[in-house]
Design a binder for this molecule. Structure first.
Ligand code: PEP
Ligand code: MN
Length: 350
C-alpha cells in the first residue's frame, strides 16, 4: 500500500502516518518526491485496511498496489531508477550502456586483450565469468578467484567497470570485493537465499531472467533484492526456453517495453545467450536498443574459435566494433546516446 500525502503536507503529518503504519505492525518507508511525499507500507503480503490512514490529516490518497510485487513497481516509484555501477557508469538514464567481454575469463592475456578491445570499441563495462554455471560438471567451470584478480587488473588498466557472476553466497562476497556489479545468472534467478544475501552486499546486482521464468517471476525475484535492502538492481532479458530449437533460446523482445511499464528498474538485453548464434547476436542487439533496452551485454572474445565456453555465440572483435557503431546510431535515432567511455583508471577507481 502506498500513502500519497497532499502537496504541502507537514513533516508532522507524515510522521503521524508513519506512526499509524508502525502501530498496525508494518514497516513505513517515507519517500519524499519532487511534488509530494509518499509513504510506502511494507511487510504485508495481502490487502491492508487503509481506512484508518486515509482519514489522517495531510493524506491525499491511499493506493493499493495491485501487483504481487511492490517496491519494484512503477506504482510504488514512478521515476525510473538509475543504477550507478561505477563513477560515470549509470544504467537506466538517457545513456545506453554497452557491457562486453568473453563468456569466461581464461587467462591474463585473453582478458586484458578483450578489455582493451572492448574499451576501444566503446564499451563501458567488462564482463567475464570467474564462476561458470555450466550444464555439465565436466565443462570448464571458470578460474575462480584468479579470474577476479585478472578482472581487477583489467579495470586498473582500462577503467572499465566489472560485471561478473556469483552462484552462491560465498562467491558473492568474494565477487563483491573485486567487481562493480554482481551478476545473478539465469539458473539462479530463483535462488532466494542468494537474492536475500545480495540485499546486503552493497553492490549493484544484474539479475538475469530465468530460463523459463515469467516476467512476474523476474520482478518478484528483483523484489527479494529490494525487500532485503538493495535497490541497485538491473534486470536482464536473456531469452527463454521455447519449443523451437532453431536458436538456443527465444529472445523475448517484448519483455523490454513490458518491464519498462511495470517497473522503474532498468532493463538490459543479452542477445548472446538469447540467440546462441553469432550472426543472430548482431540484429538482436540492434533490436534491443530500438525496443528501449538500457544497455546490452554481449559476448566478444579476441579469438572466439578458442573460447573455452560459448564460442559459437561470441562475436569477433571487428564485428563488435561495428555493432557498437550501429548501436550508437540507433540510440541517437530514439533520443538516447551511448554511454561515453569511462574515465582513466585513476578516475574510475578513485
Ligand atoms: C553468462 O552471462 O555468462 C551466463 C551464464 O548467462 P545466463 O545466466 O543468462 O545463461
Ligand atoms: Mn556465456
Amino acid at each position: 500500500m502506498l500513502v500519497v500525502m497532499r502537496h504541502g503536507a507537514t513533516a508532522d503529518e507524515v510522521a503521524a502516518v508513519v506512526t499509524v503504519i508502525e502501530e498496525m505492525g508494518y514497516e513505513a518507508r517515507p519517500m519524499p518526491g519532487s511534488q509530494r511525499t509518499a509513504v510506502g507500507l511494507v511487510g504485508n503480503d495481502g490487502r491492508v485496511d487503509g481506512s484508518r490512514i486515509a482519514a489522517l490529516a495531510g493524506v491525499a490518497e491511499v493506493i493499493h498496489v495491485t501487483k504481487p510485487y511492490k517496491q519494484v513497481s512503477r506504482e510504488w516509484q514512478p521515476e525510473s531508477t538509475i543504477v550507478t555501477i561505477a563513477p560515470g557508469v549509470q544504467v537506466g538514464g538517457d545513456d545506453v550502456v554497452v557491457m562486453a567481454g568473453p563468456c569466461s575469463v581464461e587467462s591474463e592475456e585473453q582478458i586484458l586483450t578483450a578489455a582493451r578491445m572492448v574499451r576501444a570499441a566503446g564499451a563501458s563495462c567488462l564482463r567475464g565469468g570467474a564462476f561458470k554455471p555450466r550444464s555439465s560438471p565436466y565443462s570448464f567451470q571458470g578460474m575462480g578467484k584468479r579470474a577476479l584478480e585478472l578482472l581487477a587488473m583489467a579495470r586498473r588498466e582500462t577503467g572499465l567497470a566489472i560485471v561478473t557472476e556469483a552462484m552462491d553466497e560465498q562467491q558473492a562476497d568474494l565477487v563483491a570485493e573485486y567487481a562493480d556489479c554482481v551478476q545473478v545468472g539465469a539458473r539462479n534467478m530463483q535462488n532466494y537465499s542468494l537474492l536475500k544475501h545480495l540485499g546486503g552486499i552493497g553492490k549493484p546486482v544484474l539479475l538475469k531472467r530465468g530460463l523459463a521464468a515469467t516476467i512476474t517471476e523476474l520482478l518478484l525475484s528483483a523484489e527479494y533484492l529490494l525487500a532485503s535492502g538493495n535497490d541497485q538492481v538491473i534486470l536482464c532479458e536473456r531469452g527463454v526456453r521455447s519449443f523451437d530449437t532453431a536458436a538456443r533460446n527465444m529472445f523475448d523482445l517484448t519483455a523490454i517495453p513490458i518491464v519498462k511499464q511495470l517497473s522503474h528498474l532498468p532493463i538490459i538485453a543479452d542477445p548472446s545467450h538469447a540467440t546462441g548464434i553469432r550472426d543472430k547476436v548482431i540484429p538482436m542487439a540492434r533490436a534491443a536498443v530500438a525496443a528501449g533496452a538500457d544497455g546490452v551485454l554481449v559476448e566478444v572474445h579476441p579469438n572466439p574459435e578458442r573460447a573455452l565456453s560459448d564460442g559459437a555465440q561470441t562475436l569477433y572483435p571487428e564485428q563488435f566494433a561495428q555493432l557498437v557503431g550501429e548501436l550508437r546510431a540507433i540510440a541517437g535515432a530514439i533520443g538516447r546516446s551511448l554511454a561515453p567511455a569511462p574515465g582513466t583508471a585513476a578516475a574510475a577507481i578513485g
